[in-house]
Design a binder for this molecule. Structure first.
Ligand SMILES: Nc1ncnc2c1ncn2[C@@H]1O[C@H](COP(=O)(O)OP(=O)(O)OP(=O)(O)O)[C@@H](O)[C@H]1O
Ligand SMILES: O=C(O)C1=C[C@@H](O)[C@@H](O)[C@H](O)C1
Ligand SMILES: [Mg+2]
Length: 156
């Protein structure tokens, strides 16, 4: 079966819910941030700081391409994955779930967000992308509930 791939705002719970979902389904969990660090030997933040946003996005696409054909996994992505149209075909090889969380609940304090924008500004820019690129949407108030909702939506 295709992998389940989670998209959504920074800190919306893609990793948290993804890990719980993988455990519940007894499937491998892949976090694209970990793939990035392993391939590039630097964190996304280091690359942005040292070499700029564009290189970070190019390397992120390479990381996505490297996992896009893996079957049966749960994959969480970085919040900005929807900002590059070239990422869409890789995401679409999989089942795409938009993980939603109240803006006020996003724990973005002190985190370097893309382009130095606030979470509200990023959300305004990306909301329609998360909505239109995803096959399903799930609220993350409570991780167990989000896992149950995804399992129900996908009949798993
Ligand atoms: N349902 C939840 N209940 C309690 N804590 C949560 C829940 N969802 C997420 N968190 C917490 O919120 C923070 C952000 O979650 P997480 O790291 O999973 O977000 P993310 O979408 O993967 O972020 P990023 O875009 O940076 O990868 C973490 O500290 C996580 O433990
Ligand atoms: O949402 C984004 O565009 C980003 C989120 C951060 O986790 C980092 O990956 C980087 O700052 C970009
Ligand atoms: Mg994450």
């Amino acid at each position: 079966m295709k992998s389940i791939i989670l998209i959504g705002m920074p800190s919306s719970g893609k990793t948290y819910v993804g890990e719980a979902l993988a455990k519940s389904l007894q499937r491998p969990f892949i976090d694209l941030d970990d793939v990035f660090i392993e391939r590039v030997q630097r964190t996304p933040q280091e690359v942005v700081k040292q070499d700029g946003h564009e290189l970070f996005r190019r390397l992120e696409t390479e990381c996505l391409a490297s996992v896009a054909d893996i079957q049966d996994a749960v994959i969480s992505t970085g919040g900005g994955i929807v900002t590059e149209e070239r990422n869409r075909p890789y995401l679409e090889k999989n089942i795409i779930i938009y993980v939603k969380r109240e803006l006020d609940d996003l724990d973005v304090e002190g985190r370097p967000l893309a382009k130095g924008l606030s979470a509200a500004a990023l959300f305004a820019e990306r909301r329609s992308l998360y909505e239109s690129w995803s096959h399903y949407e799930v609220e993350n108030h409570d991780a167990e509930q989000a896992v149950a909702d995804i399992r129900r939506l996908l009949n798993l």
